[in-house]
Design a binder for this molecule. Structure first.
Ligand SMILES: C[S@@+](CC[C@H](N)C(=O)[O-])C[C@H]1O[C@@H](n2cnc3c(N)ncnc32)[C@H](O)[C@@H]1O
Length: 305
């Protein structure tokens, strides 16, 4: 799909609705693992949960992420044995749960995450398995004590996510989630669910709200951190492009033309991600204006549907 069409649909800046967003997204489009794990050396894809007084630096982010994982998983009731970890990322939550003796079924549509699990997690953890697919398309014959949506609920429409969750939860099981939500239905950040709509839909489907904790003030530090990093990307990229134009392109103009012809769209998208989407999506002021970050637990009631 051409960039102009993407821009018109607005998914790069999150102006489109979910149906459009997920329809146009290819599984291999996700660069999360490459940026955060290979690029920044992290072992988690979620925002982390900062403690009071903790210095806000990149070196401290893994500690905040560990804290997030612990706090979120510790919301589970004691007796949990089986978990469906939806959008399992690079398995930091799964490892924590597996170390506690739970049997964890991880799913994600990302081929690079599938490889990461195969190389780093599955050989060591017998009680962890991985299925590569979208949650909306999952077809298995199993039910779980907990469905975990750790920063993955915004990747599919509310109804699809809740429908699948009710289908895969045992009676009396729990949906536990950590996620950004929009505070209201304003247009910006439209790729995220509206908090109230999510709670309403869950209630209508018979999920009973057990906890809804606002942790925005412990997540916002990650935005500050990433926003500061994004600040340096445009000037550094400009310098590199300038260098490339002066040296490589002059010397090897035929190769340069071929590369541009094949990868122009990818370059444009990368530029847009780095120069526009990233800085805007990590802007702490916009975050606080439009979003709220929640840790939520629901229990599947008798009449869930
Ligand atoms: C922000 S990451 C969170 C990863 C992990 N749960 C964590 O807490 O670090 C979002 C995850 O959702 C996955 N995802 C994206 N679309 C999905 C879909 N349609 N169904 C299931 N998972 C999806 C991504 O591949 C990624 O693993």
């Amino acid at each position: 799909m051409k960039k102009s069409k993407l821009r018109k649909k607005g998914w790069l800046l999150g102006y489109s609705d979910f149906t459009e967003y997920s329809k146009n997204r290819r599984d291999e489009d996700s660069l999360d693992l490459e940026i955060y794990v290979k690029g920044l050396g992290l072992k988690s894809l979620h925002q982390g949960l900062w403690q009071k007084g903790q210095p806000v630096t990149l070196d401290e982010l893994p500690k905040a992420q560990k804290n997030y994982t612990m706090k979120l998983i510790d919301m589970f009731p004691e007796e949990v044995e089986t978990v469906l970890d939806v959008g399992a990322g690079v398995g930091d939550n799964a490892i924590y749960m597996a170390d506690k003796g739970m049997k964890v079924t991880c799913i994600s549509p990302s081929p690079s995450q599938e490889n990461y699990f195969a190389e780093n997690i599955l050989p060591e953890y017998e009680n962890v398995s991985f299925i590569r697919c979208k949650y909306e398309d999952l077809e298995i014959n199993e039910k779980f004590d907990v469905v975990l949506l750790s920063e993955s609920s915004n990747y599919f429409p509310i109804e699809n996510g809740l429908g699948q969750t009710i289908r895969y939860l045992k009676r009396g099981g729990y949906l536990v989630m950590g996620s950004h939500f929009r505070k209201d239905s304003r247009r910006d950040f439209k790729e995220m669910h509206v908090h109230e709509s999510y709670l309403d839909s869950a209630k209508k489907r018979g999920l009973i709200l057990v906890e809804d904790i606002d942790v925005t003030s412990q997540v916002i530090q990650t935005m500050e951190l990433y926003h500061n990093i994004y600040k340096y990307i445009p000037p550094i990229t400009e310098v590199l492009i300038d260098f490339y134009k002066k040296s490589f392109r002059k010397k090897y103009w035929i190769i340069s033309k071929i590369v541009s012809a094949f990868f122009n769209q990818e370059f444009e998208m990368a530029k847009e991600m780095l120069f526009e989407v990233g800085p805007r999506r990590t802007d702490p002021k916009l975050f606080l204006e439009y979003l709220t970050y929640r840790f939520i637990a629901f229990k599947k009631g008798m009449d869930s549907q």
